[in-house]
Design a protein around this ligand. Structure first.
Ligand code: RBF
Length: 168
């Protein structure tokens, strides 16, 4: 990894960590799901430097946030998994089409997290599996909204950061 790449990954991890403090629930009926724009900086890193660097940004900001505010290992692990799936799926069609990249990453991330949450939510809240059905619409809606916003913000901001940092 070049020095410049390392510096940008460190900088974007710090910014992602800072903006994670803005987190707030979108739907009161599922307040354990909190929106924050930190994946915007992971997505920019993914676009400019690829999946490995973006994963580093996500892991670093989540470890920092775990100690600084959250203290909830399940929540942090779910946030990290969600972010890694999001940037990974975004990269599949990125070169082909940005619109296809956005649509497919939002849908695939939401689908994958609906399945993962079917296991995690019952264990986390100690509720029977059938109770998850009650949460499923909120899980779907939350992830659709969160990742649509973060994809659009990431693509828009990427153009600015390209100019500011003259990446690569
Ligand atoms: N974050 C997501 O972006 N998508 C999810 O599907 C998701 N599921 C979660 C499920 C549980 C049980 C918990 C505790 C957290 C989940 N999170 C998810 C992370 C949450 O929105 C928040 O970022 C973290 O809890 C850090 O405060």
């Amino acid at each position: 990894m070049s020095t410049k790449k390392m510096a940008i990954v460190g900088l974007f991890s710090a910014i992602a960590f800072a903006v994670m403090f803005l987190e707030f629930p979108i739907f009161p009926s599922a307040s354990f799901l909190k929106y924050d724009p930190s994946e915007v900086f992971a997505l920019i890193t993914a676009i400019e430097y690829g999946f490995g660097s973006a994963t580093a940004v996500i892991i670093i900001k989540d470890i920092l946030f775990y100690f600084a505010k959250s203290g909830d290992i399940v929540g942090i692990a779910m946030n990290a998994l969600a972010g890694i799936l999001f940037v990974g799926f975004s990269l599949i069609f990125w070169r082909k089409s940005k619109v296809l990249s956005g649509i497919s990453s939002v849908l695939l991330t939401t689908a994958a997290l609906s399945v993962v949450n079917a296991v995690v939510v019952p264990l986390y809240f100690r509720i029977p599996f059938d109770q998850y059905v009650k949460f499923l619409p909120w899980v779907i809606a939350f992830n659709l909204v969160k990742f649509s916003i973060n994809f659009i913000l990431g693509v828009v901001l990427d153009k600015y950061t390209q100019r500011v940092f003259r990446l690569d």
